[in-house]
Structure formats: C-alpha cells, structure tokens
Design a protein around this ligand. Structure first.
Ligand SMILES: Cc1cc2nc3c(=O)[nH]c(=O)nc-3n(C[C@H](O)[C@H](O)[C@H](O)COP(=O)(O)O)c2cc1C
Length: 413
C-alpha cells in the first residue's frame, strides 16, 4: 500500500485536511499525519488519529511504538510528504532548512517527493518573503498546489485560498506515480445533479423527486475513468462521491451561476440535474397565511442552463437529460435539437422500476447518428454506457468535415 505522510499546519483550512485524508484512503493510500503544534489550535490530533488509525506525530521527542525515532521512521516510510494546508511559516522553514518541530525535521530527513498546498491571506501570499520561499521550494523540486482565488476566511478577496481537496489529492497521486490513466484522463467533466429547490416562503418550496443518484453515478464513473470532475449538486440526502470537486447549490439560479463560474475548463458537461423550470415570482419573507377561497401562485421562468450551454458550446461536448412521462422519444428528440445538445439521455420516469428514486435506470441515448436503447441497469452501469457513447462520438470526424470531403472532386493524378 502506498504511504503518504500528511503534514497539517496552523490555519483555518486545517479542517480540509480531513477530507484530503479520507479521499487518499479511498484510493487505497495509507496516510500518517504529522501536525504542527499550531495546527492543533484548529483541529484536534484526535480527529486525525481516528481518521488515519495511526498515532499523530506531534511531539518529536516522543518515541514511536517500537522505540523508533519517528521523524526518521516516518521519513523512511513515506513515498510522498504532502503538506496541506501549508502556512507561510512552514514554507519559510522548509525553504531555509529550519528543523524545530516534528514536521520540519521530518522534511529534512525524508527522500520522499514533497507536495505543499499553501493557504493564507492574500497579502501574506503576495509578500516577497513568501514568494521567494516558494521559488526556492519549486527550484528544489517541491510540487506546489497553487491556491485558489475568492473570499478568504479573513474576509479579504484574492489569492490564497487552499486548493480544492480533489486537486490536492490528484497532485499527491501524481507524485505517487498513480496518475489516473483511464479513457477520460485529461478531460474536465462538469456534472450537475439532484433537484433544485425554489423557495416560496421560509418554510415552503417547489421542488421535484430527483435524488441526485444519476448525476453522482456520472461523476463517480468519470472520476474512475481518469477525468477531473466538478459536480454541481442541488440538495440531496446521499453522499457525493469522493475525489470530485463538489459545489452545493439550492435554486435553479444558484445552479446556473455555479455552472457559469465553473464551466470554463470543462471539455464535457453532463446536465443530469432536474432543474425547476419555474420559481415563485416572489419569495415571501415570512410564512404565507391562509386566506379564504382559492389561492394563485404566480410563477416565473428560471434560467435555461442547458440551452445556454448549448448556444455557446464551441468544442465542448454537451449532454442533456430528458425525464419524461409520455411521448418520451418525441419530446427528447425535440429537446436535443432545441438545446443544441450533442447527446440526450431520455428516460421514462413514469416507470416504477427506474427513474428518480431508483438505483436503476433504463434510457435511450439520442445523438446525431443514432438512437441507442439501453435496458434497465444500475445507474453506474448506465453512466459508463453514456461515457462510452461520448467517447465513440468524439472519435468521429465532425459531420461537416465528412460532408466537405465527400463533396470535394477527386484529384487529378
Ligand atoms: C485564526 C487564524 C488563522 C490563521 N490562518 C493562517 C493561514 O491561513 N495561513 C498562514 O500562513 N497562517 C495563518 N495563521 C497564522 C499561523 O497560525 C501562524 O503563523 C503560526 O505560527 C503557524 O504555525 P505552523 O506553521 O507551525 O503551523 C492564522 C492564525 C490565526 C490565529
């Protein structure tokens, strides 16, 4: 089993190291945790001890269970030393060879590959001292998982937010030499899943019966086939798959915003979410009261996420879903054309054995070339069939190129 030593340092993002640890374990990596004293101000050593099932290395003067000197035994056991999050202080100590605690001493003692994921306030990150330390580490072969931009825990806006756990894990897997090598390797896949919830007042809402299972299966299988996956999920009661970058949203408008923000690098999008077409025109600030007689609910249209993606898709492959209760194929064909989707997955949600709450689904895959009927199968198996079809379609030359080639007169010899 490959071994990663996970260093955790003193900053707010320390709690995200728990997610990194769990995700590595799901990929059959044995994880040992080393904490700085300041990291324990943010997350207790007991949390990491329980998750990793190994004693946390915190006190460099306490010997290991077999009387071993732990900064040496762990340094030898590690194939990768991953520090996530890494404080400015830690980067400085690593860069200058200071060894005054368990983690910094282990760094000097190890021959393992080193990966660090910095996290700090934007001004700290931009400070010349930190920049210089990062340059020194880079030049020494340390892999830096660049921080993201956005609102930081300190309230500032800018660069310095710890990279997403999925990116940190993928850097560690890379360093272990276990890079994903499936047929979707190199692709960035954005999947939407689950229902959206449109609030009517603080206690009532409009929604639908989607559970998110189909979208989660797509995300999971794309991950297993080597893709980098962003999953934008409406409220669901099931756990999203590990190793994907999850963005939780509630309403159709939030989902549209999240998709717009994250779609940039996506080479494939799969819109499996059951997005509300309408929302209440107004959200009452307090609970609506009963009034005599009939009530009328005024609805307004929500953004059409699939149509927006279809309009500006360029070379991106767009997959839509149609959950229908009648005239399934007819409606689905019309939807594919109207939304400019490359592939439409049509399913009959009136069937008792498939569709929304079920673990299984039957579907027809509709594309420009064919309609492929798939019998009832697990949503995971169906997700794999969808990716197979996407890859097959992408391997073909574009229809226009084919047409041009056919129309071109034969060259004179
Ligand atoms: C609430 C709080 C949040 C902090 N967040 C960060 C941070 O995100 N990045 C950072 O480099 N330092 C941060 N610090 C400062 C470090 O904790 C401090 O520099 C400490 O000496 C780091 O120790 P270590 O590197 O040994 O864990 C924070 C401090 C506090 C009190």
């Amino acid at each position: 089993m490959p071994t990663v030593v996970l260093g955790v340092t003193g900053c707010i993002g320390a709690y995200k190291a728990c997610e990194v640890l769990r995700d590595l374990q799901r990929r059959d990596v044995d994880v040992h945790v080393v904490m700085t004293k300041h990291a324990t101000e943010f997350v207790s050593a007991m949390t990491f001890e329980a998750l990793s099932r190994h004693p946390v290395f915190l006190d460099q003067f306490a010997l290991g269970a077999e009387g071993d000197i732990r900064h040496i035994s762990l340094a030898d056991a590690a194939q990768v030393l991953l520090v996530a999050p890494a404080t400015a202080n830690l980067l400085g100590k690593f860069a200058r060879g200071i060894a005054d605690d368990a983690l910094t001493t282990l760094y000097l003692a190890t021959k393992a590959k080193v990966v660090v994921a910095p996290a700090m306030n934007v001004n700290m990150f931009d400070h010349p001292a930190v920049r210089e330390n990062l340059d020194i580490l880079r030049a020494r072969g340390v892999r830096i998982v660049e921080p993201g931009s956005g609102y930081l825990a300190c309230g500032w806006l800018g660069r310095g937010r710890l990279a997403e756990p999925a990116d940190i894990v993928s850097a560690a897997m890379d360093a272990l030499g276990l890079t994903a090598s499936g047929d979707l390797a190199g692709e960035t896949v954005l999947v939407t899943a689950g229902p959206t919830v449109e609030d009517l007042d603080p206690v009532r809402f409009l929604s639908n019966r989607s559970t998110g299972r189909m979208g989660f299966a797509l995300a999971e299988t794309a991950r297993d086939r080597g893709a980098r996956v962003v999953l934008v999920a409406g409220p669901t009661s099931i756990e999203p798959p590990a190793g994907v970058d999850v963005v939780q949203v509630r309403s159709a408008e939030e989902m549209a915003r999240a998709v717009g923000d994250r779609v940039g690098p996506a080479t494939i999008v799969a819109m499996a979410a059951a997005v509300s077409d309408y929302r209440p025109a107004e959200r009452a600030p307090s609970k609506l009261k009963k009034t005599p007689g009939e009530g009328t609910l005024v609805l307004t249209r929500t953004p059409d996420i699939l149509a927006t993606l279809g309009k500006s898709k360029g070379r991106r492959f767009v997959i839509g879903f149609a959950a229908e209760t009648d005239r399934v194929l007819e409606n689905a064909r019309a939807k594919r054309a109207a939304k400019n989707a490359d592939l439409l997955v049509a399913n009959d949600v009136s069937r008792a054995d498939s569709g929304f709450a079920s673990e299984h689904n039957a579907a027809v895959l509709i594309d420009a070339e064919a309609e492929t009927e798939l019998p009832l199968m697990s949503k995971r198996a169906l997700a794999d069939r969808i990716w197979d079809r996407v890859l097959a379609l992408r391997a073909r030359p574009a229809p226009k190129a084919l047409a041009k080639r056919a129309a071109r007169p034969a060259r004179r010899k």
